[in-house]
Design a protein. Structure first.
Length: 323
């Protein structure tokens, strides 16, 4: 039997076109014509995003308030995506960024799981939120992780020119076992915030500033940086602060700031001013990553005056009673 090749190809092509959903090749653009609701079909040019229907959000504020599970490339530019009390999962990349950092994603008591690429944007996590970015590429951006929230990554391909703030028992965790994690920018840790590369090597690039705010640590977990090795390049600055006047540093205070082998030294260490008579002990900083407060507080002159006054009064009473 002779087979007509051209007719066979034509039939196969027709069948493929018949059974292939047209939306796989489609895109849908955010219009916000009705509201800020992601789930409202009328807010999109081609209906709410579904599998293969790439969403583009290039302006406005978008609120995601229930579970979204798509496998598309979500592009966010010059807009804000709020994910609240919801779960967002995407097996393809979430791209966001814009001309300035008004391009933002905020998670509030929410979960997200997607590869993430950020350029010139802001990622904010609050109120027990978790963002799992299996692959993270980020530059010229800011990250805030607060109130028992977590940013988890498996691979960090770039982390350049960042401003990262981690506070109130929150963490930024990279679980890669092979990466040399290079951080560039400013890192601020406060109130139990941790920056961890448990199985990776962490390098702080040239001109990085690392701020530890050690205010009221008794209320929180340890505030620290953890990695297999922590390499300090040129001109890395360490800043220690305490913004509480009610709970100043006291003699005997000890702070375990770094967990890992430290390679290199800080070009500058800026320490919070201590009460007169106390001093910073940095003996173990490069050995165990720990700094301590030593010394004895010298009483204020008014305290001495009070003590002498009490003694004089007691002496006067004694002499009056017995002489």
């Amino acid at each position: 039997m002779k087979i007509n090749i051209k007719k066979t190809i034509a039939i196969v092509g027709a069948l493929f076109a018949l059974f292939t959903p047209t939306q796989i090749l489609a895109t849908t653009n955010w219009t916000g014509n009705i509201s800020n609701d992601w789930h409202e079909s009328g807010n999109w040019s081609n209906g709410a995003p579904v599998y293969g229907n790439d969403p583009y959000i290039t302006l406005g504020i978008v609120d995601m308030t229930s579970t979204v599970d798509i496998s598309t490339t979500l592009t966010l530019q010059n807009a804000i995506l709020n994910i609240k009390n919801a779960y967002f999962r995407n097996s393809t990349t979430l791209l966001f960024g814009g001309s300035d950092v008004t391009t933002s994603i905020f998670l509030d008591n929410a979960q997200a799981h997607t590869p993430l690429e950020v350029h010139n944007g802001h990622l904010g996590l609050d109120n027990n939120s978790t963002f799992t970015a299996t692959i993270l590429t980020i530059s010229d951006s800011s990250i805030s992780i607060d109130n028992s929230s977590k940013l988890n990554t498996s691979y960090v391909y770039a982390s350049e020119n960042l401003s990262v703030i981690i506070s109130r028992n929150s963490e930024f965790l990279n679980t890669s076992k092979t990466d040399n994690w290079i951080f560039s920018g400013t890192l601020s840790l406060a109130a139990g915030g941790t920056f961890m590369g448990t199985d990776s090597n962490l390098t702080f690039d040239n001109n990085v500033s690392i701020l530890f705010d050690l205010t009221n640590l008794s209320e929180y977990n340890e505030t620290k940086i953890s990695a297999q090795t922590i390499t300090l390049k040129d001109n890395v600055t360490l800043i220690i602060s305490n913004f509480s006047e009610e709970s100043p540093f006291a003699s005997g205070d000890s702070f375990d700031l770094f967990d890992g082998t430290i390679v290199g030294t800080f070009a500058s260490i800026q320490l919070n001013k201590l009460t007169e008579g106390l001093f910073w002990d940095l003996t173990d900083l490069y050995i165990t990553g720990t700094i301590r407060v030593g010394g004895t507080v010298i009483p204020e002159p008014s305290t001495y005056a009070l003590i002498f006054g009490i003694l004089a009064l007691a002496l006067a009473i004694y002499r009056k009673r017995f002489f």
